[in-house]
Design a protein around this ligand. Structure first.
Ligand SMILES: CC(C)(COP(=O)(O)OP(=O)(O)OC[C@H]1O[C@@H](n2cnc3c(N)ncnc32)[C@H](O)[C@@H]1OP(=O)(O)O)[C@@H](O)C(=O)NCCC(=O)NCCS
Length: 148
């Protein structure tokens, strides 16, 4: 199992994984391409084993803040700790690039994601009403990575 920056050849697999989660806001191919092309402010990671890509996650980093832009694990590989590892990898990368805070948002009805983020220390800092499909609130969360 390893993490690496996403490459263009990964694109079909990333689109396939996100399509397995229809409630996840779907990025179009150009959205992925832009993140894969990268910039000093963005990072799109894949997690893979020797057989397949297990998931992907993205960051925008504008120190002292970073934002998790996307996170998904292949449905057939979910609930085995990969999402947590990928999130920790993203947090580590954000800190390495100078972030002191990592922010993200999740749909209020996305219990798996909210549980994962809460258990990794993210705190709820706000709510955007009816952001998803005009019906479901977005929960805004933050993690402080500063050392005491
Ligand atoms: C959210 C997601 C990335 C979690 O990845 P995962 O590999 O399945 O999760 P993990 O096995 O690492 O589990 C980590 C924690 O998440 C929570 N969790 C994961 N799946 C869950 C489920 N089906 N129900 C409740 N809690 C769940 C649990 O707290 C779990 O910890 P535990 O196993 O100690 O109980 C994955 O479900 C996913 O890709 N979902 C679709 C895309 C998405 O919603 N992304 C987040 C956008 S904000």
């Amino acid at each position: 199992m390893k993490f690496r920056a996403a490459e263009l050849a990964d694109l079909p697999f990333l689109i396939e994984i996100q399509s397995q989660w229809p409630t996840l806001p779907q990025w179009i191919a150009d959205g992925f391409r832009k993140e894969i092309a990268g910039s000093p402010r963005s990072y799109l990671a894949v997690l893979e084993d020797e057989e397949a890509i297990l998931g992907f996650g993205g960051l925008w980093i504008i120190p002292p803040e970073a934002q998790v832009t996307t996170l998904a694990i292949a449905r057939s590989r979910s609930r085995r700790g990969w999402g947590r590892r990928l999130l920790r990898h993203l947090i580590g990368e954000a800190v390495r690039r100078g972030a002191g805070t990592v922010a993200l948002e999740a749909a209020a009805d996305n219990e798996p994601a909210l549980r994962l983020y809460g258990s990794e220390g993210f705190r709820i800092v706000g709510r955007r009403p009816k952001l998803y499909n005009g019906a479901v609130d977005a929960v805004l969360m933050e993690l402080s990575c500063r050392r005491p």
